[in-house]
Design a protein around this ligand. Structure first.
Ligand code: FAD
Length: 271
């Protein structure tokens, strides 16, 4: 950001913990902090910033979810109504080729490829539920508030973030509708931006967190939402399809997972 925008005086709000990102990790952290404070008989102020217009707006929708995390966080999650309803009933493995498809589910696939005990759900809805639950515990959630920069104290430690800056032009200079945003200061700042977050990259660079480490690895993921005719719909079916070439070394192997529900995540991995 430009020096002009940097020099602006901002209002500040103080919290014990500021969490950037209302994804599964940010919301779970907020809930856990409130649980720990309650168990210790103390109060803790927790704010969560979410750049999406609402909690869940930026969460990729369909997912096959291992419930062990939610089980640890909220052991009575079923009674509480966490929207994990469709249990995986079976995994089907299919190879696709020019001649058609071949069901290879009879092969002994390793356990980690099977979804027994997992649930097919909308991760966005799970986040909406977690957000409402966190608010019920007293967490303050601010949707539509992107954290755009980190704030450091005199010793160089992170002491919060700047959020809600609007009206910066393409040239990086404040435009006519510029709003300087607000500083959210905290004893602890938790960055839960998901992969390749802009603040995470700043922190990695400033504190050399990736120095001497293996580079991060990425795949390309595409999600599709399919409306499946009732006749083809099998609740709980998780179908894995793979496309060759199978004989020559696989320059481009496409593998996708189709969950038998109207929410159908699929992902492509190019190797
Ligand atoms: C194609 C694809 C398919 C997947 N399928 C599955 C699956 O089937 N099962 C499964 O368990 N997992 C699946 N995952 C992985 C799963 O989505 C992630 O592990 C999970 O969402 C990570 O949660 P998170 O809270 O760390 O980050 P995210 O879910 O990415 O949440 C980060 C949140 O922070 C917000 N944010 C980011 N930067 C800022 C900022 N500067 N200021 C304010 N808010 C900010 C974002 O808007 C977002 O809401 C899939 C991922 C992809 C890409």
């Amino acid at each position: 950001m430009s020096q002009a925008a940097d020099a602006v005086e901002r209002e500040a709000m103080e919290y014990d913990v500021v969490i950037v990102g209302a994804g599964p990790s940010g919301l779970a952290a907020a809930i856990r902090l409130k649980q720990l404070a309650e168990a210790a008989g103390t109060e803790i102020s927790v704010a969560v910033l979410e750049k999406g217009s609402e909690v869940g707006a930026h969460i990729l929708s369909g997912a096959v979810i291992d419930p062990s995390g939610i089980q640890d966080l909220l052991p009575d999650w079923k009674e509480l109504g966490v929207p994990l309803e469709t249990k995986v009933s079976r995994d089907k493995f299919v190879m696709l080729g020019p001649q058609g498809s071949l069901d290879i589910s009879f092969l002994p696939f390793p356990k980690w490829m099977l979804n027994h005990g997992n649930y097919i759900a909308s991760l966005g809805n799970v986040c909406r539920w977690l957000g409402a639950h966190a608010e019920g515990l007293g967490v303050e959630i601010y949707p539509g508030m992107a954290a755009s920069e980190l704030v450091y104290d005199d010793k160089g430690a992170v002491k919060g973030v700047v959020a809600g800056v609007f009206g910066i032009g393409k040239d990086g200079e404040p435009g006519p509708d510029y709003q300087p945003g607000i500083e959210l200061r905290a004893k602890y700042t938790f960055i839960g931006e998901g992969v390749r977050g802009s603040l995470s990259k700043q922190i990695q660079a400033k504190f050399g967190l990736t120095d001497g480490r293996e580079p991060q690895k990425f795949g390309i993921g595409i999600k599709e939402l399919w409306q499946v005719p009732d006749a083809n719909f099998e609740p709980g079916l998780t179908q894995h399809t793979s496309v060759g070439p199978w004989i020559t070394p696989p320059a481009a192997v496409v593998s996708c997972t189709i969950s038998g529900t109207i929410m159908c995540p699929s992902a492509l991995w190019f190797t």
